[in-house]
Design a binder for this molecule. Structure first.
Ligand SMILES: Cc1cc2nc3c(=O)[nH]c(=O)nc-3n(C[C@H](O)[C@H](O)[C@H](O)COP(=O)(O)O)c2cc1C
Length: 357
């Protein structure tokens, strides 16, 4: 079995020198800065994206993945749109909507609808999801990395249906360490007409274990002739984003988990690559206020009861890594009403200065 390469984002510190990166172009659209917010199911809904937009620094934002067949069914039955399309029509642009499935025709119909009616900027296809419900049950997500011909059919159908709106693909390095095939897949993606390729530097079997393999991501670049390569995995600081661009052959980067409780990370990373001083972390009080704004948006949409339950996981993200986070998590896990939520935040959100170690 092959072992993963080292994720070497160490050493170089950002300087006051602008990296002067060439513009990241997806189709005719310039993504500036070339830092993307990743699609994350259960998290990157309209409320979260509004918070990210408020801080700035993300060149392209993405929705959660939307099941194409489910959406198509709802559409045929004149039912409401999936919750995951909340806000998509009214939101600022650019915005990518990510879809998943394995039926080229259905995906093409959904893509066309997203482009014509929702006027999305990009339709992204999920070829990376490793969860059983998507892979084993629906033969979609990362399962399709085993079936490149099918990937090609899906992409070309979607490209045709969505033109001139760009279609992009997000993949992993392969299904397992024994079947890493991202270099070949990249060529299929490009030849089928996709406008960009994002690569999460793990195989599906790893889920989120181990380190993302940035050397392998970088290697893919030489297999692409014209479309940009966006690297993804483990970028959790402005410094790492800077080093990803300095050390590896990527045209853009995508940040996922680290932005969930730190939506200001994009602005910090954008400053680092432009040779500007990296803005400091917001104070803990500012972070708490950001979380409360997020809560308001969630409650406006889902109501007090469902909104409060939904906010529990977001609240934990905001507290993560801070002294007292575990204590806060324990309490916030049980809140069911706005009153309880505000009380727990007031009492337990870690805004005190951390005690000396
Ligand atoms: C909770 C969660 C949900 C995710 N949902 C999606 C998704 O809907 N579509 C997708 O392409 N990737 C999804 N991912 C994967 C991320 O987009 C990203 O590829 C991965 O987390 C690696 O990046 P990171 O190390 O910056 O977190 C998800 C990841 C997490 C943690």
């Amino acid at each position: 079995m092959d072992t993963p390469h080292q994720f070497d984002l160490t050493g170089i510190e950002p300087t006051t020198e602008d990296l002067k990166l060439p513009p990241l172009k997806i189709g005719d659209m310039v993504i500036d800065p070339p830092i993307l917010q990743a699609p994350m199911a259960g998290f990157t809904n309209y409320a979260f994206r509004q918070i990210v937009r408020g801080y700035g620094g993300a060149g392209l934002l993405a929705t959660e993945m939307v099941n194409a067949r489910g959406f198509h069914w709802l559409d045929e039955h004149e039912a409401e749109f999936p919750d995951r399309l909340w806000g998509v029509e009214d939101e600022a642009r650019p915005l990518a909507v990510q879809i998943w499935d394995n039926q080229p025709e259905v995906m093409a119909k959904v893509g066309r609808r997203l482009v014509e009616e929702f006027k999305v900027s990009v339709v992204d296809i999920n070829f990376g999801c490793p969860v059983k419900q998507v892979t084993e049950k629906a033969h979609s997500g990362s399962y399709l990395l085993r079936v490149p011909e099918r990937m090609g059919q899906i992409i070309s159908k979607l490209v045709e249906a969505c033109a001139p709106t760009p279609v992009t693909a997000k993949i992993r390095l392969g299904c397992s360490m024994d079947s890493i095939n991202a270099n070949d897949i990249a060529q299929v993606v490009e030849q089928s007409g996709a406008a960009a390729l994002t690569v999460h530097g793990r195989v599906a079997a790893q889920f989120f274990k181990g380190e993302a393999d940035w050397e392998r991501i970088s290697e893919i670049k030489s297999h692409l002739k014209k479309i940009p390569l966006i690297g993804n995995g483990d970028l959790d600081s402005a410094e790492k984003v800077y080093r990803a661009f300095r050390n590896f052959d990527v045209d853009g980067v995508m940040i996922a988990r680290a932005c969930l409780g730190r939506p200001w990370l994009f602005a910090q990373a954008a400053a680092a690559i432009a040779g500007k001083p990296i803005p400091p972390e917001p104070t803990l009080v500012e972070q708490r206020d950001c979380m409360l704004k997020h809560y308001d948006l969630v409650v406006q949409r889902f109501g007090e009861s469902k909104g409060t339950l939904l906010m529990r996981k977001f609240a934990c993200c905001y507290a993560q890594g801070k002294s007292g986070a575990r204590h806060f998590r324990k309490h916030v896990a049980n809140v069911a009403t706005p009153q309880e939520f505000y009380e727990v935040v007031e009492k337990h959100f870690p805004i005190e200065t951390p005690a000396p170690a």
